[in-house]
Design a binder for this molecule. Structure first.
Ligand code: ADP
Length: 339
């Protein structure tokens, strides 16, 4: 068992296997994000009524909150096909042209995950597709150079990114619908767990699921992952049923504490306390101190620590909060007056 993977943003093998059954298929099955669902429902209905393609959509949130799921739901609700790709995979404008012109038809969805990682050439080729469903190909060189104009199907581009600020202005401006998915409340995570347990055929007490929900960092992907791990403990150390005792036992073994923090979270908070006197500390220095990539800290680790009130982002850097000191059972560090 690889504990360090529990909070990883990447989809693992087990998830790929369960994905089809666990992933909500329509807006009705998608739990939480009420305002977003309501608005999206209106936009879908309006596009269907006009028999037009849906406007381009951008979803941004930390990993695991439902961006890919929503793209699939859009395709389902609109009754169109969806083609999935990602920013780092589309390396040449030609790849994009081939995909849009040969694999998609009017109304279909092109989903680009990690859209902030598109290279400039591909991003610029995307602009006329988004605006006028046109693709320009330059042929030849020098005075004989010509530009070929190709009409593409009227597609809907759905982009996903971990931070909207990572997108260039011109790209962001071409999306008509932009949604930020926030972390889920614990009761919503509990609902997601109950649904997943039902689909996976796992028997669980209400209190057992509550125990897991409180440690899932408001993130459906992590909730489902913890459910699978606790199921293993229930099978091996219990009677196959997820009880609060089994859940706590499993979490202790995985070194996930009552607030859902793992070793890396605690190492990061302790580093601020011990190496930087409570902060403020720049994210790059912090990344070196804990031996992680800056992007991982910014996109994956930090958003939840800030949301849960353990960390504060200030113009001068990150600072530890009083709540973090209480949780780690440490004295307020030297720069305590910053609290
Ligand atoms: P992202 O694309 O934001 O990284 P995903 O859409 O892949 O996240 O979601 C991760 C998993 O969490 C999905 O497989 C899905 O099963 C589950 N999930 C996400 N959002 C919800 C939700 N609102 N209700 C139920 N399950 C969800």
């Amino acid at each position: 068992m690889k504990e360090e993977n529990v909070f990883s943003p990447q989809t693992d093998q087990e998830e790929l296997r369960d994905e089809r059954s666990l992933r909500p298929k329509n807006l009705g099955e998608f739990i939480g994000q009420e305002k977003l669902k309501e608005n999206l429902g209106v936009f879908i209905e309006a596009a269907k009524g006009r028999k037009e393609q849906l406007d381009h959509c951008l979803f941004y949130s930390p990993p695991g909150l439902g961006k890919t799921t929503l793209a699939h739901i859009l395709a389902n609700e609109l009754g169109v096909n969806i083609k999935i790709t990602s920013g780092p995979v589309l390396t040449k404008p030609g790849d994009l042209a081939a995909m849009v012109t040969t694999e998609l038809s009017d109304g279909d969805i092109l989903f680009i995950d990690e859209i902030h990682r598109l290279n400039t050439a591909v991003e610029e080729a995307l602009y006329p597709v988004m605006e006028d469903f046109l693709f320009f190909i330059n042929t030849g060189k020098g005075p004989g150079a010509t530009t070929l104009k190709i009409q593409t199907p009227k597609i809907t581009l759905v982009g996903a990114t971990t931070r909207s600020g990572l997108l260039t202005g011109p790209l962001r401006d071409r999306f008509g619908i932009i949604f930020n998915l926030g972390f889920y409340e614990t009761p919503e995570i509990e609902k997601i767990l109950r649904r997943s347990a039902g689909i996976l055929g796992v028997e669980a007490d209400k209190a057992g699921l509550e125990e897991i929900a409180g440690r899932a960092r408001g993130t459906p992907r992590i909730a489902n992952r913890l459910l699978r791990r606790v199921r293993d403990f229930a099978q091996v150390r219990g009677k196959g049923v997820i009880t609060p005792e089994i859940a706590v036992n499993a979490m202790t073994s995985l070194e996930i504490d009552a607030e859902g923090l793992d070793q890396l979270d605690r190492a990061l908070l302790l580093a601020i306390a011990e190496k930087f006197s409570g902060g403020p500390v720049g994210i790059d220095n912090l990344a070196v101190a804990v031996g992680e990539e800056t992007d991982t800290l910014t996109d994956v680790i930090e958003p939840y620590l800030i949301k849960a009130g353990f960390l504060q982002r200030t113009p001068r850097g990150r600072i530890l909060t009083e709540k973090a000191c209480r949780h780690l059972k440490i004295k307020k560090p030297k720069n305590a007056d910053l609290f």
